[in-house]
Design a protein around this ligand. Structure first.
Ligand SMILES: CC(=O)N[C@H]1[C@@H](OP(=O)(O)OP(=O)(O)OC[C@H]2O[C@@H](n3ccc(=O)[nH]c3=O)[C@H](O)[C@@H]2O)O[C@H](CO)[C@@H](O)[C@@H]1O
Ligand SMILES: C=C(OP(=O)(O)O)C(=O)O
Length: 423
């Protein structure tokens, strides 16, 4: 298994280009299943999760080609010859459940493996299933699979009142409702930029959607959707991650393609901690105001709140802040696995349930550490950039799910970082 070696190398300077969003691309790709005409996505990130979604779509009979060095995905679901998403692929990535709504809406039947739990929490899919039931789907759980059928004549519009905000369930419901007969109203919908991006793409395909980006989305079902070309929105989590690099090391880095509206709550916390974020013609420029950041308290929330997907990286920053910070993780029940690894680097962190108390130290020290999930991995790289000596992060396959060219991007701003390829 490959590892990444990072050596603290002082201040950073330069530019980092930000890719298209993994989490938007993972919901835009299944949208191809809603139409028998081609869907083309530009600005697609080159990540192992996108490969997994490609494998899944191809296993269903869709054609997926990568053009222009993988940045363009041309997809066609003209001949879907299989409506069964197998455990072997679904278990690799939870977003696989997003093929359920589209297949069911278009062809009236689908069998999709349940994804199971993962390192950051149990992550059930009950809300996805309840939403599809509200549109008339008949669902049966058998042998670890969801067996779904639409009534004769297809899904019908309905009212979906989510008891808690779920990004994935909102996406599945939104896609399914585009082809349901009549009106669907989704309340307590997720408001993430990835939902807005999905709605934009579906609208280009002929869907009738109002309210995406607010907590109430209304969809008028149409008979069919057609092809479209759509650019994937900027990855706000990759953006936030690299914004933390100059915050933790000093110097100034410009994030090309960065948009403040994608990371508003995160920018507010950086400002409170003493990190300046400036809008430029090409994106966002970030620099730390003093030699150290100040401690701040952070609570993760659905958008527009502070994202859970930036909590681990923010913790890495706060490990060297002046004072005591309290981080509350409100989205996932087990998302502090980076804390014991940061302790190995000399950090002071106490975790009690969903709360981590971080007492800043003057200097982190390099150490061998292990990545346990995607965002935990990158938090260890950030900590390594600021540490004294060498940090070796093992199990970096987690990182490949969500960060393209991480070594090249960080080297480009002066970091000392190397990938060791183990056979
Ligand atoms: C591919 C993708 O886009 N992943 C993102 C998506 O995950 P994902 O869509 O899986 O996350 P959700 O928003 O659904 O999860 C939010 C909370 O709801 C719970 N829940 C969810 C569905 C359900 O049926 N029942 C239920 O109880 C989850 O366990 C979690 O505690 O949003 C998360 C929250 O911003 C991000 O961390 C992930 O990076
Ligand atoms: C948790 C994440 O992804 P997923 O939902 O695909 O596990 C993430 O992107 O941080």
């Amino acid at each position: 298994m490959d590892s990444i070696v990072v050596t603290g190398n002082g201040e950073l300077a330069g530019q980092i280009p930000i890719a298209g969003a993994k989490n938007a691309c993972l919901t835009l790709m299944p949208a191809t299943l809603l139409s028998d005409e081609p869907l083309t996505l530009t600005n697609a990130p080159r990540l192992s999760d996108i490969r997994t979604m490609t494998d899944l779509l191809e296993s269903l009979g869709a054609e997926v080609s990568r053009l222009q060095d993988g940045q363009v995905l041309a997809m066609s679901s003209h001949d879907l010859n299989n409506h069964r998403a197998d455990y072997d692929i679904v278990r690799k990535m939870r977003a696989s459940i997003l093929v359920l709504g589209p297949m069911l809406a278009r062809d009236g039947h689908a069998v999709v493996s349940l994804p199971g739990g993962c390192a950051i929490g149990a992550r059930p899919v009950d809300l996805h299933l309840r939403a599809l039931e509200a549109l008339g789907a008949d669902l049966e759980l058998k042998d670890g699979y969801v067996h779904a059928k639409a009534p004769t004549g297809g899904l019908h519009g309905g009212r979906i009142d989510f008891p808690l905000v779920s990004v994935g369930a909102t996406e599945n419901a939104l896609m399914a409702a585009t082809l349901a007969r009549g009106t669907t109203i989704i309340t307590n919908a997720a408001r993430e930029p990835e939902i807005v991006d999905l709605a934009l793409c579906l609208t280009k395909m002929g869907a009738r959607i109002e309210g995406a980006g607010t907590d109430t989305i209304t969809i008028e079902g149409v008979d069919r959707l057609h092809g479209a070309t759509h650019p994937v929105v900027t990855d706000r989590i990759e953006l936030g991650t690299y914004m933390l690099a100059p915050a933790i090391c000093g110097g100034e880095v410009e994030l090309l393609g960065g948009r403040r509206d994608l990371v508003g709550a995160f920018c507010d916390k950086l400002d409170e901690a003493g990190v300046e974020v400036r809008e430029t013609d090409a994106g966002l420029a970030v620099r730390r105001r003093g030699d150290h950041v100040k401690a701040v308290d952070v609570t993760t929330e659905p958008f527009p709140g502070f994202p859970t997907d930036l909590q681990a990286q923010m913790m890495a920053l706060l490990c060297t802040a002046d004072g005591v910070s309290v981080l509350e993780e409100k989205i996932f029940e087990n998302r502090f696995m980076h804390a014991p690894e940061l302790l190995r680097m000399g950090a002071k962190i106490d975790v009690h349930g969903g709360t981590a108390t971080v007492t800043g130290v003057k200097q982190l020290k390099g150490a061998p550490v292990m990545a346990t999930d995607l965002r935990a991995s990158v938090s260890l790289i950030l900590a390594g950039l600021a540490a004294d000596g060498e940090t070796t992060v093992s199990r970096v396959y987690h990182l490949d799910r969500g960060y393209e060219h991480v070594v090249r991007k960080l080297e480009g701003v002066g970091a000392k970082i190397e990938r060791i390829r183990n056979k």
